[in-house]
Design a protein around this ligand. Sequence first.
Ligand SMILES: O=P(O)(O)OC[C@H]1O[C@H](O[C@H]2O[C@H](CO)[C@@H](O)[C@H](O)[C@H]2O)[C@H](O)[C@@H](O)[C@@H]1O
Length: 261
Amino acid sequence: MTAASLSEALHWVAQVPTLLVALDFDGTLAPEVDDPEQARMLPAAQEAIGRLALLPRTPVALVSGRGLPSLERVAGVTDSVTLVGSHGVEMRYQGRERSLLGTHDLERRRLLGEVLAASVDQHDGVWLEAKPVGFAVHTRLVTHDAAAEAQRSARAAVAASSLSDITERAGKNVLEFAVRPATKGDGIVELRTLTGADAVLFAGDDVTDEDALAALEDGDLGLKCGAPPTHAQFCVPAPADVAEVLLQLAEQRSAYVHRRE
Ligand SMILES: O=P(O)(O)OC[C@H]1O[C@H](O[C@H]2O[C@H](CO)[C@@H](O)[C@H](O)[C@H]2O)[C@H](O)[C@@H](O)[C@@H]1O
């Protein structure tokens, strides 16, 4: 699909038989805040998701780097919305949860936590978020130089440890270390198969969202919340603009499915 404008692309995807709407959470639906537990979707985004999730043949999913329990807490969506957590390692689909984490991963995660806690303790204002698949070193509250130094020492500590095959992911003011290598692209591939989608709309803002955008195919629609470079076809500046796009999609999709009834 080569659409000349975002409106044209929306018009096209609104009219496929089954449309998967897959959305990143932080920085895309929810503006960034200092405390991740306080992040919430904009009311307009919540409304659009609620409307889309009620429509037939319009599965809606949140695809996040957050662990599933954290995503469930902050997203506040019903079971009709699929949740993909930990970059695809965890999923809640039709009310059922699955995780790719095994017993071996849990022991590796315990060791990883010890290594990172010792490193982060040396850096004032830097804190460690415990996640099901690993840990995130948060540097939002410190200067650029202090953040770079904290990330450098966290990387060095992991490299010097007995742990191997740790997956590292950079994000906005965060550096994550995980014991499983899944990406949001894997999440999109799995969701496409599960839902039998004819087209996918994905919107995201961060580095790891590029994996999902790169997994899109001809006929899909990728939207970046932010500026290029990106694999997305279109960019909008802020979460409020993403919410506006989703409201437009809900309106067009609703008109399409009701015409077909
Ligand atoms: O994939 P996402 O849904 O975008 O989640 C990515 C990370 O989000 C959280 O951190 C980010 O948002 C916080 C709240 O706005 C912000 O304080 C932090 O600086 C951001 O990096 C979450 O804490 C991470 O675990 C997620 O991986």
